[in-house]
Design a protein around this ligand. Structure first.
Ligand code: ADE
Length: 225
């Protein structure tokens, strides 16, 4: 998979890709991530990427031309299945969306800034608009980092144990059950006996019950989907 991220603040975005699982995925060649600084696609001395809103109103708007130049250049080099715009009014990111995107070959992610982008960018280039939650960030970069993390960990081979993404919370619309490790008894706080039974169908049943109880208590909305 290849991800091209278009941003005015590449430095805000880079560090999550330089540590831990994302770094290993890139080093193993399982994913390629490229950052494109929008200012490199400007034509004036000031490297202007934003301008005042037509019709008046507070806040600057990201201009269509540098974004067009950047996306058009990328598209001339390969085909992209999605051109995603990170914006608080997009569809809310879910595990299902992350699953879908993890199957793509090439995607572009455009990070919004200021008030957002000129509507013509959305009308002519964007195929999907994603929000990471009902709150407003100062730019799309942190949202793009969240999206990339959720997607990249699902690419086969990225996680050590292949089954581990399948048992995450949300993969089956349930939250994950409780988990334990050594010691078996800590200050009298005991690990549930069933986990030592060696009876794997029994353990699986216990986990399913706990996952259901936990979901019912904390996120009953998931059980209605
Ligand atoms: N940009 C600003 N707020 C955002 C959000 N909640 N999700 C994605 N991109 C954003």
């Amino acid at each position: 998979m290849r991800i091209d991220i278009i941003t005015v603040l590449p430095e805000l975005l880079k560090s999550p890709f330089e540590a831990s699982i994302l770094k290993r995925a890139i080093e193993a060649g399982l994913v390629e991530v490229y950052f494109h600084n929008l200012r490199d696609y400007t034509t004036d001395n000031y490297k202007t990427v934003d301008d005042y809103q037509f019709g008046g109103g507070a806040g600057m708007v990201m201009m269509v031309e540098p974004i067009d130049k950047c996306i058009t250049k990328l598209k001339s080099e390969r085909e992209y299945e999605e051109v995603i715009y990170m914006t608080p009014d997009g569809e809310t990111l879910t595990q299902g969306i992350a699953n879908q995107l993890s199957l793509k070959e090439n995607i572009i992610i455009l990070c919004g800034h200021y008030k957002g982008v000129d509507q013509r960018v959305r009308d002519h280039f964007i195929t999907r608009e994603i929000s990471i939650g009902d709150y407003v960030l100062s730019g799309g970069e942190l949202g793009a980092a969240v999206l990339c993390d959720a997607v990249i960990r699902l690419i086969p081979g990225v996680l050590g144990n292949e089954t581990s993404a399948l048992t995450d919370s949300f993969q089956d619309n349930l939250l994950a059950p409780p988990i334990y490790t050594r010691p078996r008894n800590y200050k009298g706080w005991r690990v549930p006996e069933v986990l030592f039974s060696g009876n794997f169908p029994e353990i699986e049943k216990w986990r399913e019950e706990k996952a259901y109880e936990h979901t019912k208590k904390r996120r009953p909305d998931l059980l209605n989907d």
